[in-house]
Ligand binder design. Structure first.
Ligand code: ATP
Length: 295
């Protein structure tokens, strides 16, 4: 997929298994939305082939529309419409829709019935977009950043809905910038960068590759950790990830933990947090895509 001189999606090849939740991850501009919108039939690729439920998303759009739910990153709503009105209208386009009132309650939109779409908060607009994607009982749902801008309660409610969709056999493809969300929800994760697939696997397989776990320390900022590095066996890494937050990577075992705390005691530094954790998907993501801010 090219936009002028920009190649947004570049030789990407991936498959989504029916009945699973797949997360598409990647830094800003990686090509996630373009990929998803191409699968939704909103964009035609200049090269390559897309099949959704065995059909061509552009040529067979009329056959696909009743079977596919779409939540766009933004837009897609009539600005003057009320949430109930809009959802009821959309529901009537489907043969066997969900109960609109129940869905409205479920997504916490019961109290905003008389507020036009344009005056809803960003999070309420997101929830209405999610309801619109689900009301037709789709077999396959595309959710582009479904929890962006949601408060923690709404985020959890969305996660539960996605769990239920999977339990009822619906296939879910979502993009997200929340690594904990991908780890919590996804059966399969695809990481894109510069329009290419750079990693693919279950959250568990991706996080168990490389270092087994990490040691996270918190204490005063700006400690010179080069001395600690020399006190540890070869092959370990120590970085100050954020002011006062230190990460030791390598195989963390009890003697290693002892070496670390002994070194800090020798420096007369009192740490206020020590935690041994396995690598998170966020660690993997930053390793794969770098820590620098993208332009
Ligand atoms: N309509 C367009 N015209 C020109 N360039 C575009 C257009 N849409 C996207 N792009 C470019 O294509 C690339 C991929 O964009 P895309 O929106 O697919 O990325 P993304 O991974 O979804 O990003 P984000 O996480 O910021 O939503 C970017 O470089 C973007 O600037």
């Amino acid at each position: 997929m090219r936009y002028g001189d920009t190649t947004a999606v570049d030789g990407l090849s991936l498959t989504v298994e029916p009945g699973t939740v797949t997360a598409v991850l990647g830094p800003n501009g990686a090509g996630k939305t373009t990929t998803i919108e191409t699968c939704e039939g909103y964009r035609s690729p200049q090269e390559g082939k897309v099949r959704v439920l065995g059909l061509d998303p552009v040529r067979d759009a009329t056959r696909l529309r009743p079977r596919v739910g779409v939540m766009l990153q933004s837009g897609g709503a009539w600005s003057a419409s009320y949430p109930h009105e809009m959802l009821r209208y959309v529901s009537r386009l489907y043969a066997d829709p969900l109960d609109v009132d129940a869905l409205i309650e479920r997504l916490g939109l019961g109290t905003v019935g008389r507020t036009p779409y344009r005056r809803l908060s960003g999070g309420q607009q997101q929830r209405l977009a999610l309801a619109t994607a689900l009301v037709g009982r789709p077999e396959l749902v595309f959710l582009d950043e479904p929890t962006a801008g949601l408060d923690p309660q709404a985020r959890r409610a969305t996660w539960e809905l996605v769990d239920e969709l999977r339990a009822s056999g619906v296939t879910v493809v979502l993009s997200t910038h929340f690594m904990d969300e991908a780890e919590r929800l996804a059966d399969w994760v695809h990481v894109l960068d510069h329009g290419r697939l750079i990693a693919s696997g279950t959250p568990k397989s991706l996080t168990s590759e490389g270092a087994e776990n990490t040691l996270r320390l918190s204490g005063p900022p700006g400690i010179d950790v080069s001395g600690l590095l020399t006190a540890l066996p070869a092959g370990f890494q120590v970085v100050e990830q954020a002011p006062g937050a230190y990460l030791v990577s390598g195989t963390i075992d009890p003697p290693l933990l002892q070496s670390v705390t002994t070194w800090f005691a020798g420096q007369d530094i009192l740490l206020d947090g020590i935690a041994v954790r396995r690598r998170t998907l966020e660690d993997v993501f930053l390793d794969l895509t770098g820590r620098e801010l993208r332009s």
